[in-house]
Design a protein around this ligand. Structure first.
Ligand code: GAP
Length: 467
């Protein structure tokens, strides 16, 4: 088939497709939405699940040196004192006095004044913005508040009465569950340094300027590993994890040409990090962080040891040596990765069908590991002899893979719908199938069709999905 590639999609196009096809809906939609919250629909939840399963399989099940945990969202308030989040987890914020729009001051300086803002104090940011006499991007007025620091942690209270309850925070990163369970894991399993603890879970951040669809959200899921090592091993381990993250991206079909590595400069490092490298992706709104890799030294274990009074050193029996492990941390956000995978997979094509007839199609060329449905079974007509046979096939395939059944509309429209939601294979049951016990399998990307005996279909799809 002839394929003519068109330019990449806009964010508006992706948001519309996500809603139209049931990937992602605005949060609390029937009440007019709650700003910057999103809900995952039937197809979105499948992709999310596939991302998390792929990550867990790649980094936990396929390795001998990583084990998992699943910790709570609420942790003891002292955890956040020890981790530095109470004193350090701030963003600089500024308000327009006229229209009350709120901005991150460092982003305003970088984007509107084209100046580096990393590491600048609130006073310096205020001075720069006052000197530039910047107009508010929303109302055009030039009346700003001072720049203030804003802690990003969401707060709540334990206990029925707010005033007498204990103030607690929703975790802003999953990492701290791992540090506070590190001793439990070393005492109850056979792990030996070097080893990692992995976790997937929700984290919450009261972002000043969320946006760009699900790129920056208030409630996110993180997939994190804290990998415990001797300090002398940190450089080689850092490189190992940098490579492992790129290999994982290949494994789930992310395009390398829209990915780059960016080293953090000293003044932008987080309070716990000695070296951080981001994987950046070329979003329609520019190159932005997709995921990160940090050398957290022994900062977290040392802090927790001091604040809890519990000895967190590791005893290496073979060398009769006691030390506090250092940590390399690969971290990824599920929503951000999901967004990049959809952007990457999105194609609009002018194609010709088997009869030489031209038509336009939107196709999500998602990797089979990520695609929400692996196959769709489509009887050519609703006649019971065909639908009965098709349903038998569906029941059989569902032992292995997620399959959709669709008997409505013309076959061409059904193919187009499956292309748009990224289904790798369509299985068509026609009248010939009743005689020859075979079906037509159509490949989403090449649109080529092949006749396959029903008895071999399950194995055929299994092989092609796992190529
Ligand atoms: N434990 C280290 C840590 O939390 P981070 O760079 O703040 O590091 C890790 O976050 C990853 O989580 C980011 O690379 C990004 O993929 C994702 N992430 C962070 N904040 C996010 C937000 N507000 N919305 C969506 N994803 C976010």
């Amino acid at each position: 088939m002839d394929v003519d590639q068109k330019p990449p999609v806009t964010m508006d196009g992706i948001v519309a497709l996500a809603k139209r096809r049931g990937f992602i809906y605005p949060g609390s939609d029937i009440y007019g939405g709650l700003a910057n919250t999103w809900d995952f629909g039937p197809l979105g939840v499948e992709i999310k699940q596939n991302i998390k399963n792929a990550w867990w399989r790649y980094f936990v099940h396929q390795r001998a040196d990583v084990v998992g945990i699943d910790g709570g969202i609420l942790l003891h308030p002292k955890v956040w004192e020890a981790s530095g989040h109470i004193s350090e987890f701030f963003d600089p914020m500024i308000d327009c006095r006229n229209c009350r729009s709120r901005y991150r001051a460092d982003t305003l300086v970088e984007e509107k004044l084209d100046r580096k803002a990393e590491g600048l104090s609130t006073r310096e940011l205020t001075e720069i913005l006052q000197e530039a006499n910047l107009a508010c991007p929303v109302c055009g007025e030039r009346s700003w508040t001072e720049v203030r620091q804003f802690n990003l942690m969401f707060q709540t209270h334990l206990g029925p009465i707010e005033e007498s309850g204990t103030k607690v925070f929703l975790r802003p990163e999953t990492a701290q569950n791992i540090f506070v369970n590190y001793k439990n894991v070393t005492q109850t399993t056979r792990v030996k340094v070097p080893f990692g603890i992995a976790q997937i879970g929700k984290a919450f951040r009261n972002e000043i300027t969320p946006g760009n669809f699900i790129f920056r959200v208030l409630e996110l899921e993180q997939m994190e590993i804290e990998y415990f090592i001797r300090d002398s091993e940190w450089e080689s381990t850092f490189q190992h994890w940098l490579d492992a993250m790129a290999e994982f991206y290949d494994w789930i079909g992310l395009r390398r040409d829209r990915l780059r590595v960016r080293e953090h400069e000293t003044d932008e490092l987080s309070h716990y990090s000695k070296r951080t490298v981001d994987y950046e992706y070329q979003f329609p709104f520019g190159w932005k962080e997709l995921s990160g890799l940090a050398y957290r030294t022994d900062f977290d274990l040392r802090q927790h040891q001091e604040h809890s009074g519990v000895d967190l050193t590791y005893y290496d029996q073979a060398n009769e040596e006691r030390f506090l492990p250092h940590v390399i941390e690969p971290t990824m956000g599920v929503e951000r990765l999901l967004l990049t995978l959809i952007l990457d997979a999105y194609n609009e094509e002018s194609v010709t069908d088997v009869n030489g007839k031209p038509y336009e199609r939107t196709v999500l060329k998602l990797h089979p590991r990520i695609a929400p449905y692996k196959a769709a079974v489509l009887p050519l007509s609703k006649k019971p002899e065909l639908s009965g046979k098709a349903m038998e096939i569906v029941r059989d395939l569902r032992q292995d893979i997620v399959v959709e059944y669709d008997e409505t509309q013309s076959i061409g429209r059904r193919y187009r719908r499956q292309d748009e939601i990224g289904t790798p294979f369509c299985v068509t049951v026609d009248f010939e199938s009743l005689d020859d016990n075979a079906v037509t399998v159509r490949d989403r990307d090449s649109m080529e069709q092949e006749r396959i005996p029903i008895a071999e279909l399950r194995q055929h799809l299994h092989d092609r999905l796992n190529q």
